[in-house]
Design a protein around this ligand. Structure first.
Ligand SMILES: NC(=O)c1ccc[n+]([C@@H]2O[C@H](COP(=O)([O-])OP(=O)(O)OC[C@H]3O[C@@H](n4cnc5c(N)ncnc54)[C@H](O)[C@@H]3O)[C@@H](O)[C@H]2O)c1
Length: 306
């Protein structure tokens, strides 16, 4: 496959907006699609301020945007390569699409069926899913050999890793095109078999879930759990703070996939995690999760997002 020129990103939440930003920084024309106009508005603001921070820290040059331009001009160029839309038909000419919508197999499958219908036959359909079977998403389309998992870490412009997941029918050509795109974004690649949670979340989410059980059963306060893991195991961020950053709804969805897919009770979501999500306390994105960010009790002084 020729190098991708046009990128479609579906879902403009924390992951989709970051992936769209990466694409624009690296010279791709990007359509960012969301069904929710408010989410698109938020994405536009957050991409613009994130790019400005890259400029003010002098880091935009590392992305090999045309070097004779000033950093500010490079930022303006990148912003000019981004289009925001709620109309899926605008993705028709995309060479490569990354889906980053809600972590639900049913909702993702419906989207893949639609994308399969409207995109050009050569387009690759990648999912940023944290845990869901790529093989099953691929089987909803007429092009399973062009469906792949491309799992960015949060926040995508900063985190160095992309986990690539091949479904049962993913072709070598699709794999190499996906790897080339991740490398164009200066990411390090790891490859996982198509098993629930892949590599990173298979290990990370049970730890976060266990941190919730530790809180739920009264072993310690949230602050001591996070401090224990930061200073005792050299993690840069505590597991409960990290859960708030990822989104408790996303963590719960991943635990459900691990529990159902691996069939072991050790993956059962902690009732406290379930209760927080039921109460709408889904983390930093809504202002309250394990911690309350609305009252200035924020444990993370600076946002990890640049
Ligand atoms: N949050 C993380 O740390 C993280 C990390 C890696 C991967 N992921 C994965 O990325 C995906 C997105 O996660 P997020 O944290 O960005 O979620 P989010 O809740 O911040 O954003 C999801 C966006 O998708 C939109 N959406 C939902 N259904 C849609 C549809 N049918 N068509 C178009 N837009 C739709 C929503 O309006 C919302 O703006 C999930 O699959 C998640 O598992 C998340």
């Amino acid at each position: 496959m020729a190098e991708a020129k046009n990128l479609g990103v579906v879902g403009s939440g924390q992951m989709g907006s970051g992936i769209a930003q990466l694409g624009a920084m690296h010279g791709l024309h990007v359509w960012l699609l969301d069904t929710d106009p408010t989410a698109l508005y938020r994405a536009k603001k957050s991409i613009s301020s994130s790019l400005q921070r890259f400029v003010s820290k002098g880091q935009i040059s590392q992305f090999s945007l045309v070097h004779y331009f000033t950093w500010q001009a490079a930022c303006t160029e990148a912003l000019g390569r981004l289009e925001y839309t709620s109309n899926i038909d605008e993705l028709r000419s995309a060479d490569f699409i990354v889906e980053a919508i809600v972590e639900s197999e049913d909702v993702k499958k419906k989207l893949f069926i639609e994308l399969d219908k409207i995109t050009k036959s050569s387009a690759i359909l990648a999912s940023n899913t944290s845990s869901i079977s790529i093989t099953r998403l691929a089987s909803a389309t007429s092009r399973p050999c062009q469906v792949i998992g491309m799992h960015f870490m949060n926040p995508p412009p900063i985190m160095k890793l992309v986990e690539i997941v091949r479904g049962a029918d993913t072709s070598d050509e699709t794999f190499h095109a996906t790897k080339a795109l991740a490398e164009r974004f200066h990411k390090t690649i790891i490859c996982s078999q198509d098993h629930p949670g892949f590599i990173v979340n298979r290990i990370l989410m049970p730890m976060i879930n266990e941190a919730f059980f530790t809180l739920y059963t009264g072993v310690a306060t949230k602050e001591d759990i996070d401090t224990g893991m930061k200073l005792g195991t050299n993690h840069p961020i505590g597991p409960l703070e990290l859960a708030d950053f990822i989104g408790l709804d996303v963590c719960l969805s991943i635990m459900k996939v691990l529990h159902a897919g691996l069939g072991d009770s050790k993956y059962a979501p902690c009732p406290l995690l379930v209760q927080y999500v039921d109460a709408g306390r889904v983390g930093r994105k809504c202002g309250v999760g394990v911690y309350d960010y609305r009252k200035g009790s924020e444990p993370i002084k600076a946002s990890p997002r640049l």
